[in-house]
Design a protein around this ligand. Structure first.
Ligand SMILES: Nc1ncnc2c1ncn2[C@@H]1O[C@H](COP(=O)(O)OP(=O)(O)O)[C@@H](O)[C@H]1O
Ligand SMILES: Cc1cn([C@H]2C[C@H](O)[C@@H](COP(=O)(O)OP(=O)(O)O)O2)c(=O)[nH]c1=O
Length: 221
């Protein structure tokens, strides 16, 4: 997609299904990159700003069903608030922004996840994404077989949201959706075996980010 952002920082997103280790890696990477002297902003979607967190509550824990278009636009509305209030200002300062989920999650969950009738949803998401007009420089896709991710989730515990509680077939489609996304945009989306030990995975991700930071500064000289 040709919508690369032109800010001076670097916008990195973590993607994948539930329980693959995104938040664990986001924290480890934030510490490692701060130790290297970077300003790091760690955030997540849906959420990241007070307004977007309020929308998150509605999307994940609201009692009422939303129409599919309203649900997609809810994620997009939260994203706009997050971009305007937190991500863009941080990038302008030159920070590295690490965001747990972004547009690819909308495609995977609200698009591929639904199965039947997905084509019109994917098309709608594509248009909305174009309107939002902001793309990550780099996306790290964490890959763990669903059965292992489920075992991790069981261990982690916590509240079950609207999406986590969906049938297994939904999660299978989400996972296949992420595969399709990675194939369609290999320059931006890089896949990692996230079944490995967290420290070893962090080192692989860190190498990829540092490569991207170096390329980004070379591009600006
Ligand atoms: N590489 C790993 N190996 C084993 N367990 C992990 C690993 N990474 C994370 N976990 C554990 O798996 C659970 C889910 O991880 P989390 O980072 O919350 O995933 P996500 O943010 O993708 O839902 C947590 O209990 C976490 O401690
Ligand atoms: C950003 C985003 C998230 N989601 C879903 C994916 C997750 O089930 C949920 C966020 O849950 P969260 O607990 O933050 O993440 P995780 O389960 O990975 O630890 O919202 C969408 O369906 N669409 C989106 O655009």
């Amino acid at each position: 997609m040709a919508l690369h952002n032109k800010s001076s920082g670097l916008f990195i997103t973590l993607e994948g299904g539930e329980g693959v280790g995104k938040s664990t890696q986001a924290r480890l990477l934030a510490t490692a990159l701060s130790d290297l002297g970077h300003e790091v902003v760690l955030t997540r979607e849906p959420g990241g700003t007070p307004g977007a967190e309020a929308i998150r509550n509605l999307l994940l824990f609201g009692k009422d069903e939303l129409s599919w278009r309203a649900e997609i636009m809810g994620h997009m509305a939260a994203r706009c608030d997050h971009l305007d209030g937190l991500i863009k200002p941080a990038l302008k300062r030159g920070a590295l922004v690490i965001c747990d989920r972004f547009h690819d999650s909308t495609l995977a969950y609200q698009g591929y996840g639904v199965g039947k009738g997905e084509a019109k949803r994917l098309e709608f998401i594509k248009k909305a994404r174009h309107l939002v007009d902001f793309e990550p420089h780099l996306t790290l896709l964490l890959d763990v077989p669903r059965k292992d991710a489920l075992a991790r989730l069981k261990e982690r515990g916590g509240a079950t949201d609207r999406y986590e509680g969906q049938e297994e077939a939904f999660h299978q489609r989400v996972s296949e959706g992420f595969d399709a996304i990675a194939k369609s945009d290999p320059e931006r989306v890089h896949r990692f075996d996230a079944l490995q030990e967290a420290g070893a995975l962090k080192n692989e991700l860190l190498n990829k980010i540092i490569g991207c930071v170096e390329k980004n500064s070379l591009d600006k000289t």
